[in-house]
Design a protein around this ligand. Structure first.
Ligand code: SF4
Length: 276
C-alpha cells in the first residue's frame, strides 16, 4: 500500500529562493564506489518510446535512480528523490540484461536508458554487453554530466531544462555532451516548452547547436507522485492539446521549419501512468 504521496509543488521540488536546487549526484546514486552496480528504479516494457526522434519505436525502458537536478515539473520523482531510494535496486549489467531479455523474449530490442539522470551511473559495461547480444541503446539526459562512453550509444537525447524547470543550464557541460556524441550516436536535443520563456530558451539552444536536430515537447503539468509513481491523476489531454496547438502556431509563425513539435505519445495513450 502506498503511504507516501507527494504533489510536485515548489516545496516538493526542493526550491531555494525561487530556484530549484542542483543536487550532489554523489549523494543521490552516483555509484562510482559501488563496484560497477547500477541503481535501478524500474525496468519495464516492451512499450513504445513516447518522446523525441524515436517516438513510436518499440523499446524496453531501464530507468536508473538518482538525479543531480530537481525540476519543478519532474514527473519521475520516484527515480530522483533520496526518500525513494529504498525502492531502487542495485543491479549488475548482467542482471539488467537478464531482465531486459525476459521482457523482450530474448529478441534484440532498443533499450531506452532513462532516469533520474542515467549519465551519473556507470553504464558503459551495460552498453558493451548489451551490444554483444544485439541490443541497441538510447540514453536521455539533461546534459549536466558528460561521459566519454556516450560515444558507444546508438542514440543520445540531450534534454536541457528550460526556465520553467527552475534549473540553470551548465552550457559548458552541455557542449561537452554534444562533443562526446560526435562521430558516434545519433544526437538530438529535446526541450520541454510550457511558456514563452521556455520557447525563447529552445530558440537559444537551437542557435547554439545548429547541427543537432531539435524536438520541442509540450509541457505536462506535474502529476501526483507516490511510491507507485504517477498514475493517480488523469492527464488533462484537452489542455495538453491546446498547449500543443499554441506551440505549433509559434513554430509556424517564426518559420522555424527545422524544429519538430511533439506531445508525449504515452501520455496521450495512457495518461500519467507509470510503466508504459
Ligand atoms: S532532470 Fe529529469 S529526472 Fe532529473 S529532476 Fe529534472 S525532469 Fe526529473
Amino acid at each position: 500500500m502506498d503511504i507516501s504521496v507527494k504533489r510536485l509543488t515548489p516545496s516538493a521540488s526542493h526550491e531555494i529562493g525561487g530556484h530549484a536546487c542542483r543536487q550532489d549526484p554523489e549523494d543521490l546514486g552516483n555509484v562510482s564506489s559501488m563496484k560497477g552496480s547500477i541503481r535501478i528504479s524500474e525496468i519495464f516494457g516492451p512499450t513504445v518510446q513516447g518522446e523525441g526522434p524515436l517516438i513510436g519505436r518499440p523499446t524496453v525502458f531501464v530507468r536508473t535512480g538518482g538525479c543531480d537536478y530537481r525540476c519543478r515539473w519532474c514527473d519521475t520523482l520516484y527515480a530522483v528523490l533520496p526518500e525513494f531510494r529504498e525502492d531502487w535496486a542495485l543491479m549488475t549489467p548482467a542482471a539488467i540484461l537478464t531482465e531486459v531479455e525476459r521482457l523482450s523474449g530474448s529478441t534484440p530490442v532498443l533499450v531506452s536508458l532513462s532516469g533520474g539522470n542515467p549519465a551519473i551511473q556507470p553504464l558503459a559495461p551495460l552498453i558493451e554487453q548489451g551490444n554483444k547480444k544485439g541490443h541497441t541503446f538510447a540514453l536521455e539526459t539533461q546534459g549536466s554530466v558528460p561521459q566519454s562512453w556516450f560515444a558507444a550509444l546508438d542514440w543520445l537525447m540531450l534534454s536541457p531544462k528550460p526556465p520553467s524547470s527552475g534549473m540553470d543550464t551548465d552550457w559548458q557541460a552541455l557542449d561537452e555532451c554534444v562533443r562526446a556524441a560526435a562521430g558516434g550516436p545519433h544526437c538530438a536535443l529535446k526541450v520541454v516548452v510550457f511558456d514563452e520563456d521556455d520557447y525563447a530558451y529552445a530558440r537559444l539552444v537551437a542557435r547554439r547547436y545548429t547541427d543537432v536536430p531539435i524536438y520541442l515537447q509540450v509541457g505536462n503539468p506535474a502529476p501526483l507522485v507516490t511510491h507507485a509513481g504517477p498514475g493517480h491523476v488523469e492527464a488533462d489531454i484537452a489542455a495538453l492539446m491546446q498547449r500543443f496547438r499554441w506551440l505549433v502556431d509559434k513554430v509556424a509563425a517564426d518559420r522555424w521549419f527545422q524544429a519538430t513539435a511533439l506531445p508525449q505519445l504515452h501520455v496521450l495513450a495512457w495518461g500519467n501512468r507509470r510503466g508504459v
